[in-house]
Design a protein around this ligand. Structure first.
Ligand code: AMP
Ligand code: MG
Length: 487
């Protein structure tokens, strides 16, 4: 089968990647296929049988027109620079242009070693593959910019981690795979000319409106910072913890990328970390805005040679952009919180209202996702849902009164406001205990819990009585939830 590939990176960016091949799987079997996404991409596979899909999306057969390659990149991992990372277990098949004109990378993840695999096996286990599928679909349904999952195929091979797991390949769709670490790689090894080339390509591909800016590389930096501020505000707004915000896991498109030990928080605590490899809490929920700032400073360093080459005076402007990140982030964050709280416009007291809310959520360990839905239910005249989330019904009374006072400045009917809140505050997110249950069953060959959970998280806003069991937090007792890196 052929795809209508148009492989611009392969064509224009020689030296920025290494050609690579997929390892043939021993007994591939289709786990999940995202037909809706295939249609959106304009992939002509509606009539294809499972065998064809399995061959295409396991690496067994290359679609016609593919130019399989592994991207080169570097990255700061937990604050330490690795000058040589690159796709160690991912293979770009090529780029397709969807019917709406948008360009996408089609990439296999877990299809075997590449020239960048170092000591890794190039493979992926079924658990992390299905976790990425589930969480990225949930993010897309909540309108959080993200890479997508097109297919998951079991390989029939065993993948050795802390123990042996069934192997799988994920087909990832991204508006591109250019990362902060991609810029770092070429800045570290080659210097200004390559950085300019990568920046020019990125602008052509993602932000063509910037091409005519006086200094396009400075404009690129500005744009990427804006998108990342918006993205992290979005994450915080749905209680999401990425888990590994290394610079190689930050896409310049502004999409969430590289779902590894990520998770959603149930009971609120800003220090929440789920990742087994994040012992110091570098990437805790509440630290994500600071890490965003730090990561954008690393992008700035990598772009400086290009910015300087156009106009040395712009180096100061680049530093100014970095210094402005905390304020810029807060603007996005307040705007997001405002809509979550049902406020149609900004008011002077918003910052205090929001800060106080997070104090309350933390003090009483309130379920984050449930809380915002309970506020809308309160507007409908029913306090029981909110009370069920609190240790004593009255603990939130002063905060509720201050929120109410803010609402009263606006002339909006409570039912209308409640509906607007329910349209932005999910009822269903991939709760950790549900994800765990689904992945454990899938590892044993039973995909039913995964399919059921996937259906739920794809429809996050509309409440359904028969989905009540997906709405609440997991049991509070027991060992804290731990996620492992996708490796
Ligand atoms: P990650 O933590 O998944 O973002 O990966 C960091 C780096 O390690 C990237 O360069 C990956 O390509 C590489 N890597 C992760 N897992 C494997 C693996 N199983 N085999 C080879 N390389 C890997
Ligand atoms: Mg990565």
């Amino acid at each position: 089968m052929d795809f209508a590939f148009d492989n611009s990176f392969h064509r224009d960016m020689e030296g920025f990647y290494a050609p690579a091949e997929a390892a043939p799987p021993s007994a591939p079997k289709l786990l999940v296929f995202n037909h809706a996404l295939a249609r959106k991409l304009g992939l002509d596979i509606d009539g294809a049988d499972d065998d064809t899909l399995v061959r295409l999306f396991s690496g067994e057969a290359m679609p016609g027109g593919a130019n399989p390659l592994a991207f080169a990149y570097a990255g700061h991992q937990f604050g330490h620079f690795s000058s040589q990372l690159g796709d160690g277990r991912a293979l770009l098949l090529g780029e397709i242009v969807a019917p709406d004109g948008a360009r996408f990378d089609v990439q296999l993840k877990g299809s075997g070693p590449t020239p960048f695999s170092r000591n890794g096996d190039g493979k992926a286990a079924i658990g992390p593959v299905l976790r990425e599928f589930l969480v990225s679909e949930a993010m897309a349904a909540m309108h959080v910019p993200t890479t997508r999952a097109l297919a998951a195929v079991a390989t029939g091979d065993r993948v050795q981690r802390e123990r042996a797991h069934p192997g799988a390949v994920l087909t990832r769709i991204a508006s591109s795979h250019i990362r902060v670490g991609t810029f770092q790689f070429f800045a570290a090894h080659f210097g200004a000319e390559h950085v300019v080339q990568l920046s020019d390509y990125s602008i052509r591909r993602h932000f063509p409106d910037l091409a005519t800016s006086p200094n396009p590389h400075l404009a690129l930096l500005d744009r990427v910072i804006g998108l990342q501020c918006e993205l992290v505000a979005h994450w915080l707004g749905v209680g999401f913890i990425h888990g590994v915000m290394n610079t190689d896991n930050v896409a310049i498109s502004g999409e969430t990328i590289d779902y590894g030990p990520c998770a959603f928080m149930d009971r609120f605590s800003a220090n929440t970390v789920f990742s087994s490899i994040d012992a110091n809490g570098r990437y805790a929920y509440g630290r994500q805005p600071q890490i965003l700032h730090w990561n954008m400073a690393r992008l700035t360093e990598a772009l400086l040679p290009a910015i300087h080459a156009v106009d040395p005076a712009d180096v100061e402007k680049a530093k100014g952009l970095v210094d402005a990140i905390p304020d810029r982030f807060r603007t996005h964050w307040f705007a997001r919180m405002q809509t979550k709280l049902g406020l149609a416009s900004a008011h002077e007291g918003d910052a205090e209202l929001i800060d106080n809310l997070f104090g309350e959520l933390e003090t009483h360990a309130i379920d984050f996702t449930g809380f915002f839905r309970a506020l809308a239910t309160l507007l409908r005249g029913d306090a029981s849902e909110l009370e069920a989330l609190l240790p004593q019904p009255e603990v939130m009374a002063p905060w509720i009164a201050s929120w109410w006072a803010e609402l009263e400045r606006e002339d909006i009917h409570p039912l209308e406001r409640a509906a607007a809140m329910d349209a932005v505050n999910p009822r269903y997110v991939p709760r950790n205990h549900r994800v765990e249950e689904a992945l454990t069953a899938a590892e044993q060959g039973d995909l039913a819990p995964f399919q059921a959970l996937l259906e739920v998280v794809r429809a996050p806003y509309v409440e359904r009585a028969d989905w009540a069991a997906y709405a609440g937090p997991g049991p509070a007792e027991g060992a804290p939830y731990v996620t492992f890196c996708g490796t």
